[in-house]
Design a protein around this ligand. Structure first.
Ligand code: APR
Ligand code: PHB
Length: 388
């Protein structure tokens, strides 16, 4: 098989890249090791920056998001038993859209199927070759038969554990990493959200987050130990822990119910430099990870593929500046989002290793934040998303 761009991975990065390339008339094939159902079964964050909303529109996959997504003008931060609002719209003139990553993925998959764009699911032994030369190849096995895709470029959209980053010679790549000493225990439940905006709570028992997927489906998280066993957390224990970290009045209004999903995720900050190796480009989680505080993961994936699709479109019109500067441009935005996610994580979580002094610093910073419009503006600017 021959194509212009072979995309490895059908997560949000690969699917959005495929949709944007299609808009530019660039042929592409996606090779994904899992089934579509498996990909859709992964629950992740659900806050879209305006840039991501605009990209979904550019890709022509925004109809359901416009109908069902919840535009939010602000969010709350809670500490010392009080709730404080960050007025995103008042401070920046911008909003965010609450719409789950699962739904974004679903919409892009449906659109790709409707356009009959080639996608290979359940591909085994995917490998990438010759990206340092002119004719890269992607090989895989499907139902016991070996296949090869010959292409102009490979897009490594295969997530943190993918094969693309791992195929780059060690001497050509540098990685930067911080692993946090706790995880997030998340619960999805068909109960109305406790508030109409998100609440990020800092508490001495640990961080908590009240989020949502719709007016009838909530997503809640509590900071937990990395070695906690998710099966040892009953629904009752989860709701009790969440309530203990919220102000009494908020906890009283919390509607509980059976969980429909429950999982523990570790927190990590990770960046790969560069993001281009000859004719192989990395995008999304294949190149970088942020801790979920601030919901930047999907938004960074979207801005990477926006830059990449524009660069590739320019290449096919005879100009290589876009692909030559892809890595540098993407990384400039990524490091700022890494900084914000790390800062927000550090501010809101319980770090026993930082002792009483660390806790006092967090409290002083939170007090300062809600006494300073300038400080709130800095938070709001980052939360709604920095310029691409
Ligand atoms: N061959 C083919 N596909 C692979 C391989 C491989 N060797 N390894 C991984 N994949 C697939 C995975 O099965 C997955 O479907 O690549 C896809 C990568 O998807 P994601 O992990 O969702 O990464 P990405 O598309 O970059 O999305 C970033 O997802 O993790 C969140 O917070 C993150 O919201 C952000 C978004
Ligand atoms: C979520 O809804 O899952 C979510 C929202 C905001 C975050 C992280 C996760 O910062």
């Amino acid at each position: 098989m021959k194509t212009q761009v072979a995309i490895v991975g059908a997560g949000p990065s690969g699917l959005l890249l495929g949709a944007l390339l299609h808009q530019h008339g660039i042929a592409n094939v996606i090779v994904e090791q899992r089934s579509a159902e498996y990909v859709l079964g992964r629950i992740r964050a659900g806050v879209l920056e305006q840039i991501t909303v605009d990209l979904l529109a550019e890709a022509g996959a925004d109809a359901r998001m416009r109908a069902e997504g919840l535009p939010h003008d602000g969010f709350e931060m809670c500490f010392g038993g009080q709730r404080h609002r960050v007025d995103l719209f008042g401070l920046t003139g911008k909003r965010v859209m609450v719409y789950g990553q699962t739904e974004v993925t679903h919409d892009l998959m449906d659109q790709r199927a409707a356009q009959a764009q080639p996608t290979v699911y359940e591909a085994q032994d995917v490998s990438v070759h010759d990206f340092d030369g002119k004719r890269p190849r992607v090989r895989y096995q499907k139902d016991g038969v070996a296949h090869e895709i010959e292409c102009d470029f490979i897009a490594g959209c295969d997530g943190f554990h993918g094969v693309c980053r791992a195929s780059v010679p060690r001497s050509a790549i540098q990685t930067f990493e911080k692993v946090y000493s706790f995880g997030w225990l998340g619960v999805l439940a068909d109960v109305p959200p406790v508030a109409h905006e998100l609440i990020y709570a800092s508490h001495e028992r640990g961080f908590a987050l009240c989020s949502m997927r719709s007016k009838t489906r909530s997503r809640y998280y509590v900071q937990c130990a990395l070695d906690d066993d998710v099966n040892a957390w009953s629904d009752e224990a989860f709701w009790a822990e969440l309530k203990s970290r919220l102000p009494a009045d908020t906890a009283r209004h919390l509607v509980t119910g059976p969980s429909i999903e429950k999982s523990i995720a570790p927190l990590r900050s990770f960046v790969t430099e560069p993001m281009r190796f000859g004719r192989l480009f990395l995008a999304g989680d294949a190149a970088h990870i942020v801790p979920p505080t601030g919901a930047k993961g999907l938004n960074l994936a979207a801005s990477d593929v926006a830059l990449l699709s524009r660069g590739l479109a320019e290449h096919y019109r005879g100009h290589d500046e876009g692909i030559d500067r892809y890595s540098q441009r993407a990384l400039a935005r990524i490091w700022k989002a890494e900084r914000f996610s790390w800062w927000f994580t550090t501010l809101m979580h319980h770090f026993p290793e930082n002792g009483e002094f660390g806790a006092k610093m967090q409290r002083a910073e939170l007090d300062y934040l809600f006494s300073s419009r300038a400080a709130q503006t800095a938070v709001a600017e980052n939360y709604v998303g920095l310029a691409l």
